[in-house]
Design a protein around this ligand. Structure first.
Ligand SMILES: Cc1ncc(COP(=O)(O)O)c(C=O)c1O
Length: 380
């Protein structure tokens, strides 16, 4: 129930990777036949990733994952010798974007964090008004990792295009769950991570539209057209390619199955539990995302009790996820602290079943009422 954190590697993905750890171990930069085998496999994976998102193979740069793709996209489009520039992003981005922007501010650039409404959708008017002569990039995620809200990327792309500004999106959570096509969305840069789509960890890709000016943030032997140096993670990249192909093949049945499980879970919890709210957009949300806030209970206590029942979830509450801070995403939606403390994210995957949803509903109801019985605030 925590697939937005990560997913298991699909057995078919694992099978595709295994030979590249052993007999096909060549370095794709080597000119001999061992190198050629690896290089051809890399080309296949590049074509696979490109085709699925409607890109050209030469527009795909392999990276170490979503975090590096986000860093490269945003830092890479700011020319190193250009003086102060302005970046626009949203208040609900993943830390891979927010902390990149915090770094840029530290070294003298300006960043505007566009607010979102109570459903988590960016304020388009605010975004357009924020544009300045020195705005170099707009970075707004496709779908939010905590509350699942899908952003109006096409509208943002139109604004960016009108003003001649480069547009990046973090599509780490949307790939494999909703259609992602770079031309339909109108993006110039798009981040992908393999381990959210049943591929291996530590590998990802950045789509860079042809003609986009981008400079490397990692220097070395000029791999990946000089944009991302470092010997490619061949088995990982093969796994990413295969995971993308499977995600595309299964997109419709998987997302329909997850949508049904999601809607059943939401309906049953909202109907049977008092003082609970659904966070995120009621309809424009990822098919696998559920995010509740329960009043009078701590997210961390729910997480622990559910874990004891064999259910893995996550929470944006203060003492969650080994972080000391409560979720900036939930507070950006204007959710009161008492609800943020009792937040719980359930993120479904293709291997979950309706029987598991029945078990989650039953366990969650039991957990919330048990914790409320102990709470000095509940019922007052
Ligand atoms: C929206 C989003 N962006 C970026 C990342 C980071 O990706 P990775 O773990 O591949 O570095 C994540 C992972 O949680 C994410 O959810």
């Amino acid at each position: 129930m925590d697939h937005s954190a990560t997913t298991p590697v699909d057995p078919l993905v694992l099978d595709s990777m295994l030979p590249y750890f052993s007999e096909l171990f060549g370095n794709p930069s080597s000119l001999h036949s061992f190198g050629n085998e690896a290089s051809e496999a890399l080309s296949l994976a590049r074509r696979q990733v490109a085709e699925i998102i409607g890109a050209l193979p030469e527009e795909i740069i392999f990276t170490s994952g979503g975090t590096e793709s986000d860093n490269l996209a945003i830092r890479g489009v700011i020319p190193h010798d250009s003086g102060k520039k302005h970046v626009i992003t949203s208040a609900v981005e993943h830390p891979a974007v927010l902390n990149t922007c915090a770094f840029l501010e530290k070294v003298g650039h300006d960043v505007t964090y566009v607010p979102v409404d109570s459903n988590g959708v960016v304020d388009l008017e605010y975004l357009e008004k924020s544009i300045r002569d020195d705005t170099i990039v707009i970075s707004v995620m496709h779908a939010n990792n905590e509350v699942g809200t899908i952003q109006p990327l096409k509208e943002i792309a139109q604004i960016a295009k009108k003003h001649g500004i480069c547009f990046h999106t973090d599509a780490v959570q949307s790939v494999g769950k909703i259609p992602v096509n770079v031309d339909d969305l109108g993006v110039d840069l798009l981040s992908i991570s393999s381990h959210k789509i049943y591929g291996p960890k530590g590998v990802g890709a950045l789509y860079v539209r042809k003609g986009t000016m981008i400079e490397p943030i990692v220097f070395g032997g000029n791999h990946e057209k000089g944009i991302r140096s470092g010997t490619e993670n061949v088995p990982g990249i093969i796994g990413l390619g295969k995971a993308m192909v499977l995600a595309q093949e299964r997109l419709e049945p998987d997302s329909e199955k997850m949508r049904q499980m999601r809607d059943s879970l939401i309906k049953r919890i909202l109907e049977s539990v008092d003082d609970v709210r659904l966070n995120g957009h009621p309809t424009q949300r990822l098919p696998n995302n559920v995010n509740f806030s329960f009043k009078y209970v701590e997210g961390e206590s729910m997480l622990m009790l559910l874990d004891m029942k064999g259910i893995g979830v996550s929470t944006g509450s203060a003492c969650s996820s080994r972080s000391q801070k409560s979720s900036n995403v939930l507070s950006s939606l204007g959710i009161e602290d008492e609800y943020i403390h009792g937040s719980l994210r359930i993120s479904l995957g293709r291997e979950n079943s309706m029987e598991e949803i029945d078990y989650v509903v039953k366990s969650l109801k039991e957990t919330v009422s048990k914790l409320r019985e102990m709470s000095p605030l509940a019922g007052k």
